[in-house]
Write a protein that binds this ligand. Structure first.
Ligand SMILES: O=C(O)c1ccccc1N[C@@H]1O[C@H](COP(=O)(O)O)[C@@H](O)[C@H]1O
Length: 220
């Protein structure tokens, strides 16, 4: 079985990009969302993206972006994928995919079994699905809250496109999350930080190691 692929999200400094690459991450995420402590201006993200070595895919995270915001980010930053973390409908996901010409990963928040239908609906148009913990009502951020959900809800789930598990993962929990869900890709932000927006290279390395040593349970 191939190794679990890791995305380190919310990178704000060149040293964090270097740490993600050195640890063996497959994806580096940049957040374009003003309310986030990980928000980066497009010009900053451009420098970070240019500092990323080949093989590290650059993902731009946006929340319900207007076309003008999308265009501004895409014009400045050499991205490999767009991550949509808002309330984008499947129709809007398809539109953004066509507009940007990039693969789109659509985040779906999960708190209960009722939330699982959205995964199948979005998988009809998105290139990848990010299964994240649903943000609590009134949360300032739709993601990046360091909260996990009940992984049993998605144990054995089949998704029509590649998917990634996110939500409150840490170096100490990621192996169990992979074993319980069968995830072959995982995404982390808060769990590898020294402070909001500042990654810790040792935690990044420990996370990637732990994710890769995890044995996934077979899907049902
Ligand atoms: O990280 C952020 O600040 C953020 C802001 C707005 C939407 C999503 C955000 N992060 C994404 O949330 C998940 C889970 O993060 P965590 O590990 O629980 O902190 C992750 O996919 C980030 O890509």
């Amino acid at each position: 079985m191939s190794e679990v692929r890791v995305k380190i999200c919310g990178l704000t400094r060149e040293a964090d990009v270097a740490a993600a690459a050195a640890a063996g991450a497959a994806y580096a995420g940049f957040v374009f969302f003003a309310r986030s402590p990980r928000n980066v201006a497009p010009e900053v993200a451009r420098d970070l993206a240019l500092a990323a070595p080949p093989g590290l895919a650059k993902v731009g995270l946006m929340v319900d972006p207007a076309d003008a915001a999308l265009d501004a980010v895409l014009a400045a930053v050499p991205l490999d994928m767009v991550q949509l973390h808002g309330r984008e409908t499947p129709e809007r996901v398809a539109e953004i995919r066509a507009r940007t010409g990039l693969p789109v990963m659509k985040a779906v928040g999960v708190a209960a079994s009722d939330d699982l239908g959205a995964i199948a609906a979005q998988a009809r148009v998105a290139d990848q699905i990010l299964i994240d913990a649903k943000a609590p009502a009134g949360a300032a951020l739709p993601g990046g809250n360091g909260l996990a959900f009940d992984w049993r809800l998605i144990a054995g789930l089949r998704v029509a496109v590649p998917w990634m598990l996110a939500g409150g993962l840490t170096p100490g929990t990621v192996a169990r999350a992979v074993a319980m869900t069968g995830a072959r890709q995982v995404d982390v932000s808060s769990g590898v930080e020294a402070a909001p927006g500042l990654k810790d290279p040792e935690r990044i390395a420990a996370f990637v190691r732990a994710a890769r040593t995890a044995e996934a349970a077979p899907t049902l």
